[in-house]
Write a protein that binds this ligand. Structure first.
Ligand code: NAD
Length: 382
């Protein structure tokens, strides 16, 4: 048994030995991303999807049938499912505004939680979830699958190696030219379901990449901006001009953030803009600089290698760090690492203690943009 447990700690891909108790999983919210969770859980012989819940009648049943999963019990919402079942874990795949209430209810009922990103909508919600997590002693991990990518990990490894010296500046890049996510309706763009737009949806990935690289320093102040010029334009939605009326979040955000340790974060993100990309991400240090090619972040990949810039004995030099072929499969790895932590009582792969700072910056950008001035970021202790 001990050998098995140790193996779980060392690798993302191990599975329980035959005869081990299966982990009973429930799926909360059976929309677009739930399918990816179901597909990956089905690859794990030590996991059993026993229940699913969705507010829309028949939706969970239809998705399970599509994925070929049998013997699942269905519920009209998360609470009914958690009350009726004896679950080991849930995947929370609801839209953003339901992340906090679903996570709190599950944790309060002793269920381990894989929570899709972004953590929550507001910082207050994130703190409430963390209090429930602490009281429960259960595992809460946030679904940032790029964390599982060897190339993303390499960014942090380069910083930790000291090759760049002391880091003083981070610049976010990436962003979309035209990519407001409405392929399955309006849950990403309405206030009541999404709560936040690009800043939370893909901005949270960009923040995780850069903050993760430098050890998630605490954010201190933020001067933020957000806009909705494209989201509110009926021409953005061929065939669905009515979506413009429903759009009530941001489609672009920018911010200047001061982090503990004297680090500055120069941030921007976009679902839609008149530009192909906001550029590469940059990490500047006293001994070197790192260029991270413009990336969508969510799939954890770059199409060009990382480049390090140095001054060697007065000569300006640069070199590339070869891309690593790690086989991808990031969604499997993210769910596997969660299940491994549930089985071993191990650490969450993407802990709330880090992502609360990600959420605090998002919250600060929204508040600062609405107030039209810089705001202090105060993150309560949990
Ligand atoms: N990790 C990734 O790569 C990735 C990709 C896409 C979306 N996401 C995240 O996943 C989440 C869901 O996105 P989506 O595109 O699947 O949304 P979606 O709107 O397609 O599906 C959400 C579903 O949740 C259901 N729901 C809401 N509250 C519920 C509750 N209390 N109980 C039961 N069901 C409930 C809704 O009825 C809906 O069917 C979002 O927060 C999004 O940011 C992550």
């Amino acid at each position: 048994m001990a050998d098995i447990l140790n193996r779980f700690k060392e690798t993302d891909n191990s599975v329980a030995a035959a005869g081990e108790k299966k982990i009973k999983v429930g799926i909360i919210g059976t929309g677009w991303i739930a399918e990816a969770h179901i597909i990956e859980y089905l690859r794990m012989p030590d996991v059993e999807i026993v229940a699913a819940a969705d507010l829309i009648p028949g939706k969970a049943e239809a998705l399970m049938a599509k994925c070929g999963v049998e013997g699942v019990r269905f519920y009209p919402n998360d609470r009914a499912m958690i009350d009726a079942e004896d679950l080991d874990a849930v995947s929370i795949c609801t839209y953003n505004c339901q992340h906090a209430p679903c996570a709190i209810y599950a944790l309060e009922h002793g269920v381990n939680v894989m929570l899709e990103k972004p953590f929550t909508v507001t910082l207050d919600e994130a703190i409430a979830v963390m209090k429930a997590e602490k009281a429960s002693g259960k595992i809460l991990t946030i679904g940032f699958q790029p964390r599982m990518s060897a190339n993303m990990k390499k960014i942090r490894e380069i910083v930790e190696s000291g090759e760049l010296g002391d880091i003083y500046y981070l610049q976010a890049g990436g962003g979309r030219r035209g990519g407001i996510p409405t392929p399955f309706g309006t849950s990403f763009i309405e206030k009541e379901t999404a709560g936040i737009g690009a800043v939370g949806d893909i901005g949270s990935y960009s923040l995780d990449m850069l903050l993760g690289a430098v050890g998630y320093p605490k954010p201190l102040t933020v001067s933020g901006y957000k806009s909705d010029f494209f989201g509110k334009d009926p021409a953005t939605y061929p065939g669905h001009p009515e979506y413009a009326e429903k759009f009530a979040v941001d489609d672009f955000a920018a911010a200047f953030v001061r982090l503990e340790g004297g680090i500055i974060l120069d941030f921007r993100i976009s679902w839609d803009m008149n530009m192909d990309t906001a550029g590469d991400a940059l990490i500047l240090g006293t001994k070197g600089g790192l260029r991270i090619p413009s990336t969508e972040c969510w799939n954890g990949s770059f199409d060009k290698p990382l480049t390090v810039y140095k001054n060697v004995a007065g000569s300006k030099v640069s070199y590339t760090v070869p891309l690593i072929d790690d086989g991808g499969d990031l969604f499997y790895k993210k769910l596997r690492s969660f299940i491994n932590a549930v089985q071993t009582g191990g650490e969450a792969t993407v802990p709330s203690s880090e992502i609360v700072y990600n959420q605090a910056i998002i919250d600060g950008i929204v508040k600062s943009a609405e107030l039209g001035r810089e705001v202090e970021i105060v993150v309560p202790e949990v």
